[in-house]
Ligand binder design. Structure first.
Ligand SMILES: NC(=O)c1ccc[n+]([C@@H]2O[C@H](COP(=O)([O-])OP(=O)(O)OC[C@H]3O[C@@H](n4cnc5c(N)ncnc54)[C@H](O)[C@@H]3O)[C@@H](O)[C@H]2O)c1
Ligand SMILES: [Zn+2]
Length: 421
């Protein structure tokens, strides 16, 4: 294992200019397997020359897993301390990052102290961010405990926190020293969180037909079987790695893995990160992108029906509440500005193929949202040559139901949207 190994060269251009070339290479293991949490200390011992660690976790995960994980390290003779922060997206914040930084600073963290991110995507993203800036970079190990964290957030080195109402505005590409994924840890994850994670699996599946087929063929409803979740995670992680291979630092800003994310992030921001789980918003974002694609004649009706049915069968809502529509559109304009004016929206062509379009017009967004809101999904959708019956629509969670949303006031971003970034 080599963490941040690199090389720097310079040459004299002869006109008083020095050309500097820096290459950096990060190599690290991603261990996936049931029960592998027990091997965490030996993994850390093998790859890092440190005997001092901070486990950072949230209150929910801390209650379930902190003592056990800390004991594993202590039994291996390592000095372990912990920081516990509140659970939820609100901890992907400057304030939470500062709390962790304060704890590291006052409790003796050194240049080689390692951080262990034990939690869902929020912990993984926030701890990675802190690791990237503290003493110009500490090693960190991702131990994701939510499905979304295991199959998506812990992989790829994207770290970050939300700032000024915008998702992931602060952050860096900073890879972990190791990732340990133990699907057994999902046994305590609430059903709603499993569904949220499955939305990101559907996203990857839309770029990788075998995974999509796996998701389509599961029995309707929540997926409780750890073996099924482990298989989905393995597929999603492997395919995500393949997709990142040619552009690990997102230089092109055109990334198929952003499918559903402009609309999803905009909806999360429009509802102040309080209504939807990340995956729930992404499911709606995927549905909107799919509807736009179908309206443009890019994807066939069969593709649209399969995507919407796959999301619904997993118990995910697919319609963006009409009262949130304009606030979401304003947030899309904020995202467009951050991306230098082009939305670069990903639209499905077929299962296994997506394309990126520069722009989405307001009218086609409205038309797609409106169609989804009034959609009568056929009782039967045909996919993969077989006929599957859609389940009855899932009970929407009270906070996320369109009826509840109609009473909410939406954040007006007329000020934020006009802010220069
Ligand atoms: N960096 C990336 O590439 C990337 C990719 C996708 C998503 N994300 C980010 O991930 C975040 C969402 O992650 P998330 O959905 O995991 O949210 P989360 O971290 O808030 O976890 C969801 C909930 O599940 C609880 N939980 C986690 N593991 C548990 C377990 N084993 N048992 C019981 N409860 C458990 C948490 O305490 C929390 O309440 C978003 O901020 C999103 O932007 C990042
Ligand atoms: Zn996501």
């Amino acid at each position: 294992m080599s963490l941040g190994c690199g090389k720097m060269d310079s040459s004299d251009d002869g006109d008083g200019t020095l050309s500097v070339s820096v290459t950096r290479q990060d190599t690290y293991p991603v261990v996936i397997g049931r029960g592998r949490i027990e091997t965490l200390p030996s993994l850390v011992g093998r790859i890092l020359k440190t005997d001092s660690l901070f486990i950072v976790t949230d209150e929910n995960v801390g209650e379930l897993l902190l003592q056990r994980t800390a004991d594993l390290f202590s039994e291996s003779g390592m000095h372990v301390q912990s920081v516990v922060i509140p659970a939820g997206e609100s901890s992907k914040s400057w304030a939470a990052a500062q709390n962790v930084i304060d704890a590291l600073s006052t409790r003796g963290a050194k240049r080689r102290t390692a951080l262990v991110a034990l939690g869902g995507g929020v912990i993984v993203d926030m701890v990675g961010f802190v690791a990237s800036v503290f003493m110009r970079g500490l090693p960190y190990i991702n131990v994701p405990t939510s499905l979304l964290g295991q199959l998506d957030a812990a992989i790829g080195g994207k770290t970050g926190i939300d700032y000024d109402g915008s998702k992931n505005l602060l952050g860096a590409f900073y890879h972990p020293a190791a990732v340990l994924i133990d699907p057994e840890l999902l046994s305590t994850l609430p059903e709603r969180e499993i569904r949220s994670g499955l939305a990101e699996a559907v996203k990857v599946g839309m770029l990788h037909p075998p995974l999509f087929a796996k998701l389509e063929n599961l029995a309707p409803g929540a997926v409780n079987d750890i073996e099924d979740l482990a298989a989905i995670t393995r597929d999603a992680v492997r395919h995500k790695m393949r997709l990142l291979r040619d552009d690990p630092y997102e230089r092109s800003l055109v990334r198929l893995l952003n499918l559903g994310h402009s609309f999803g992030h905009a909806l999360e921001a429009a509802t102040e990160f309080e209504v939807y789980r990340h995956g729930e918003a992404i499911a709606i974002g995927i549905a909107v992108a799919t509807m736009i694609s179908w309206n443009r004649g890019i994807c066939a009706a069969e593709t649209k029906d399969r995507v919407l049915a796959c999301l619904e069968t997993r118990g995910l809502e697919i319609s963006l509440p009409l009262p949130a529509m304009e606030a979401t559109w304003q947030e899309i304009n904020v995202i467009r500005r951050i991306r230098n004016g082009a939305l670069n929206e990903v639209l499905p062509v077929s299962i296994g193929e997506c394309m990126v379009v520069d722009e989405i017009a307001h009218e086609e967004f409205v038309s797609a949202v409106d169609s989804l809101a009034h959609l009568t999904i056929p009782a039967q959708v045909v996919h993969k040559g077989s006929t599957s019956l859609l389940p009855t629509a899932p009970e929407p969670s009270p906070s996320a139901s369109p009826a509840a949303l109609s009473c909410r006031s939406y954040r007006s971003r007329s000020t934020a949207a006009s802010r220069q970034r």
